[in-house]
Ligand binder design. Structure first.
Ligand SMILES: O=C(O)CCC(=O)C(=O)O
Ligand SMILES: [Fe+2]
Length: 291
């Protein structure tokens, strides 16, 4: 009975606050190995941050890294993440074919992940015959003994139909008044509603996180997927390899219809004006840069 109560509590808190944290997703050896693998893959290493003030820092940011590289597929097969997402969002929840890997030290300002970059920033609030369930999992990877970083957010902001917003989907009120924060240790995973207003605070060591996006197979999830995949061509998202589709199907987590042309046309029709606004030559994927 206690088990049931605990699950209920977590669900209730997630519904109320729009965010939960899973602590200690990996043992230290697994976490160290994953961090090493990410450093090898991205070319950004802890040492690059030694002279953090001298301008020699490197950064990596690429949507689709997990999908395109099978050594990271275990993150999509992680039962703790998947079972928690199913518990919080619903047992029919799907992976929406969207992921990213980032190693940097700074952060975006306060923002939502739901607007996916284009006005109007109203996804999840316009009338649709579906609940809004687009959900982000953010896994913080680093040396097990690296310092945590602070993740700030506005509790329950996912439930607020916001009025006027700036270009980042941030409401025009003094948001700093109602902020809460969590410390994110290496190996922690944040699960949050994509509409939650949030920002990660800057740190002076590599801040590495992998994000994965999920949702029930309904209007909002397909809209989020088709927009990200076909309008935001600057993100360079690709179709999933067939082996990964099978891995997700076994878990009942593959977004069926995501390669269906007529469904794609249906969802992109209202977006016709946006198509072509983003330049695929300005791909933000697969790069290591000095900043
Ligand atoms: O910088 C962070 O820690 C948060 C990142 C984030 O919000 C995002 O990538 O959407
Ligand atoms: Fe975000």
């Amino acid at each position: 009975m206690q088990h049931f109560d605990l699950m209920q509590t977590v669900r209730t808190r997630y519904a109320a606050n729009g965010i939960v944290k899973l602590s200690g997703l990996f043992d230290d050896d697994t976490l160290s190995a994953l961090w090493q693998e990410i450093q090898d893959f991205t070319g950004v290493r802890s040492e690059d941050y030694a002279g953090v003030m001298d301008g020699s820092r490197k950064a990596y940011n690429s949507p689709g890294t997990v999908i395109r590289n099978r050594q990271f597929w275990h993150l999509l097969e992680n039962d703790i993440i998947n079972d928690t997402i199913k518990l919080l969002v619903g047992y029919e929840v799907k992976f929406l074919g969207l992921d990213s890997m980032t190693v940097h030290w700074s952060s975006h300002g306060l923002h939502r992940d739901s607007h996916v970059g284009m006005e109007p920033f109203t996804q999840g609030f316009s009338p649709a015959d579906a609940p809004y369930t687009v959900t982000r999992a953010l896994v913080h990877v680093n040396d097990p003994d690296a310092a945590p970083y602070e993740f700030q957010f506005h509790p329950a902001s996912h439930n607020i139909e916001l009025g006027e917003m700036n270009v980042h989907g941030v409401p025009l009120f003094d948001a700093s008044q109602i902020c809460a924060s969590m410390l994110v240790e290496p190996g922690d995973c944040l699960i949050f509603d994509a509409r939650l207003l949030h920002t990660g605070m800057p740190i002076v060591s590599p801040k590495c996180f992998v994000t994965m996006t999920y949702g029930l197979p309904n209007f909002y999830s397909y809209d989020h997927f088709f927009y990200s995949r076909y309008v935001r061509v600057d993100q360079g998202l690709t179709d999933m390899p067939p082996e990964l589709v099978e891995i997700l199907r076994v878990r009942n987590m593959y977004l069926e219809g995501s390669t269906d042309e007529s469904l794609r046309e249906e969802f992109l029709a209202p977006r016709a004006e946006d198509i072509g606004k983003f330049d695929p030559d300005l791909l933000s994927r697969d790069y290591v840069r000095d900043i």
